[in-house]
Write a protein that binds this ligand. Structure first.
Ligand code: SF4
Length: 321
């Protein structure tokens, strides 16, 4: 599960070498069909961009020494280690960081595709404008002027509060500061961080439960677990990198993994104990588990005494079940 399966560079490089493999191979019927499919796919990709996207001028990766450069996935705050493989200054492949304490030798699908941000053929590299149903390349000056004029018109017609400025989770402190200032110069305090949208529910839930709306533990704490209980979560699909930490605890501590879910999810497939319950009965399930814990005296009394408020009230309710 956590064993490294390959050593050194990726066995297969990117699309360019797949195409050259096809070109160099002797053409039997199967190779011809495969090559034709690639050619049609390539033409379709060109058609999809309206034929207006031209290849960025870059150095060509030549066969030769592969330099590996340690970097960080730019997508989310986990900060998984990416080992970029670089040939002649061109980023040709990547591996996850095997010694990284964050991603333990894995990436989620976003991280696995992070090279595409820099080198993807369909990456947006300059301003494009759709005119008459076709995307056309425009200059930065035209783009900035047109967007700026449009926004000024909105402000004139509807006022500065008609615009909402939404910051990014990938902004650093200084970028967030400038973004905030920009909104203030615009004339509104309708400015926020995207976590307001994606984490508002967790912040509300965690703040009510733990007193503060933030993560209570680090991933590495999961490794110390003696037992793991997952309900209402499916990290195998929602956050595969976090699942690796669960699997590590399972492996190194022999921690039993209990998954409760109405569906047999990919996370459930890793469980030692899978409990399928009817949708909408999760609260009843949790109260039922509590009843058995109290009935058998299995609760950690010292932990409750030191860190839990209101457990007596919960016990009173459970006693009534
Ligand atoms: S969890 Fe995925 S998106 Fe987040 S840093 Fe790791 S690879 Fe990137």
């Amino acid at each position: 599960m956590l064993r490294k399966k390959t050593n050194g560079v990726a066995r297969r490089s990117q699309r360019t070498s797949i195409l050259s493999d096809v070109a160099n191979a002797s053409v039997d019927r199967r190779a011809f069909l495969r090559g034709s499919g690639l050619a049609i796919g390539g033409l379709a990709a060109i058609a999809a961009t309206g034929g207006t996207v031209t290849q960025a001028s870059a150095q060509t990766a030549v066969n030769g020494a592969v330099e590996t450069i340690k970097s960080v996935c730019t997508h989310c705050s986990v900060g998984c280690t990416v080992i970029a493989e670089v040939q002649n200054g061109v980023w040709t492949g990547q591996e996850p960081g095997w010694d990284s304490p964050f991603n333990l030798g894995a990436h989620c699908s976003k991280g696995a595709a992070v090279r595409e941000h820099a080198h993807g053929e369909r990456r947006l590299k300059y301003p494009m404008k759709k005119e008459g149903g076709e995307w056309k390349r425009i200059s930065w000056e035209q783009a900035i002027n047109e967007i700026g004029d449009g926004m000024m018109q909105i402000r004139d017609e509807s006022g500065p509060d008609s615009v909402y400025w939404l910051g990014s989770a990938k902004h650093n402190n200084e970028q967030a500061f400038l973004f905030r200032k920009f909104a203030a110069y615009w004339g509104t305090n309708n400015v926020d961080h995207q976590a307001r949208i994606c984490h508002s529910t967790t912040v509300a839930g965690v703040a009510n439960t733990w007193g503060y709306g933030a993560m209570t533990n680090s991933y590495n704490d999961i490794h110390n677990s003696k037992a793991i209980f997952i309900i209402g979560g499916n990290p195998a699909e929602a956050h595969p990198v976090s699942l690796l930490h669960v699997l590590k605890a399972k492996e190194q501590n022999n921690a039993p993994l209990i998954v409760c879910d109405p569906r047999f999810t990919r996370t459930a497939a890793h469980a030692d104990e899978f409990v399928r319950f009817r949708p909408g009965t999760d609260v009843a399930l949790v109260w039922g588990i509590l009843w058995h814990i109290f009935e058998n005296g299995w609760e950690d009394k010292e932990f409750i005494r030191n860190g839990v408020l209101g457990m007596d009230l919960i016990k009173d309710v459970v006693d009534m079940l």
